[in-house]
Design a binder for this molecule. Structure first.
Ligand code: GDP
Ligand code: ZN
Length: 334
């Protein structure tokens, strides 16, 4: 469906419908709370959402399907919450705990709606085909910096690289390692060389992002050999039928760490950023920011620009500054 702007009246109508829905849900949650054990609030993590039902994992790792109080915000996958147990593995979520990070996308009202919370790492997947796009890579890295999560580059389809092509890739992308983004080479198809990636995922909550066709779904299958079992458990726990992989879901990695996955999360794009946010998004620019001759330097062609100088001295990759200028000018693609 074509994206279109909603008129104010349409927005008001949607708001009114949503308001009534929230009211009904709040009544249901309050009703449920009368049967809940009010003395035993517990902490848990949102594993997924199933319509209005949240699947919460409690401390003892069991899964519970929960209604949600409506005045606490909008818990999403990865959120830590307080919930009160009810009979038969159900419960009511009564509080949303503070998020360390959130991955958000703009919604029709222009606000940002969280897709996932408490991520700690973004894994940008590249491959020899489709051809790696460093402009998109930079946008993902900027998003990671903006969220305050670490980022890592996973080069998939290692089996398709000839020696020469690997060298060319290294030439084009090796500088990302120098500025603190680890690069690991993997082959999801042959489940080859996954260990360095598995090592980087341990102790973190990660998501995979990247162009369509680079092998994100294949990697998820390779990293989560028991994904069907995990999905089966969620279907049982939600009590609402089959859980689908299109819902944003938190999975446990067998060797430690967690993956948050959904098609929406995989394909999220960088939102609108102001200039300072954009400057901070290029991590190797930071030592030079504030050192240009002009305080309002656009790092375009001004004399005394510290960033241009750093490029001249081989301290910043030229392409990164080009991408910065392009994004600062608000141009969508390169
Ligand atoms: P996604 O769109 O990023 O989720 O990519 P998919 O996982 O659907 O993979 C796209 C295509 O690349 C499929 O045809 C996969 O079989 C293929 N593919 C994925 N990983 C590898 C790999 O390591 N080596 C090779 N040769 N092909 C792969
Ligand atoms: Zn400058």
């Amino acid at each position: 469906m074509a994206r279109r702007r909603l008129s104010d009246r349409q927005k008001q109508r949607i708001e009114a419908i949503q308001q009534r829905r929230r009211q009904r849900l709040e009544e249901r949650a309050q009703q449920a709370l009368t049967t809940a054990d009010a003395d035993s609030p517990r902490e848990g993590v949102v594993i997924t959402r199933h319509g209005q039902t949240l699947v919460i994992r409690g401390d003892e790792r069991s899964l519970h399907h929960c209604l949600c109080r409506q005045n606490i915000g909008h818990p999403v996958c990865g959120d830590r919450v307080v919930w009160q147990p009810m009979p038969s593995n159900q419960g009511v979520v009564t509080a949303l705990l503070e998020r360390t990070t959130s991955l958000a996308r703009p919604v029709y009202s222009g606000e940002h709606r969280a897709l996932a919370a408490n991520l700690s790492q973004l894994v940008v997947v590249l491959a020899p085909a489709p051809e790696p796009n460093s402009y998109l890579l930079d946008q993902h890295l900027i998003a990671a910096e903006g969220m305050g999560v670490s980022a890592l580059i996973a080069v998939n389809k290692k089996d398709l690289f000839s020696g020469e092509e690997s060298a060319a890739f290294e030439q084009a992308f090796g500088h990302y390692r120098d500025i603190g983004y680890p690069i690991v080479w993997v082959s999801a198809k042959y489940e080859h060389g996954l260990d360095p990636l598995i090592g980087q995922l341990r102790d973190k909550t990660s998501i995979l992002v990247g162009q369509s066709g680079v092998g994100k779904s294949s990697l998820i299958k390779a990293l989560l050999p028991d994904i069907k079992i995990q999905i089966g458990r969620l279907s049982d726990a939600s009590g609402l039928g089959k859980h689908t992989t299109s819902a944003t879901t938190l999975y446990d990695l067998p060797q430690g760490g967690q993956l948050i996955d959904s098609p929406g999360v995989r394909s999220f794009r960088l939102g609108q950023l102001d200039r300072p946010q954009l400057e901070q998004g290029f991590r190797e620019f930071r030592p030079y920011l504030g050192h240009c001759r002009f305080a309002d330097c656009s790092h375009d062609q001004e004399p005394g620009c510290a960033l241009i100088e750093a490029v001249g001295n081989g301290l910043i990759a030229p392409q990164r500054l080009i991408h910065f200028r392009h994004l600062a000018a608000g141009l969508p693609d390169l």
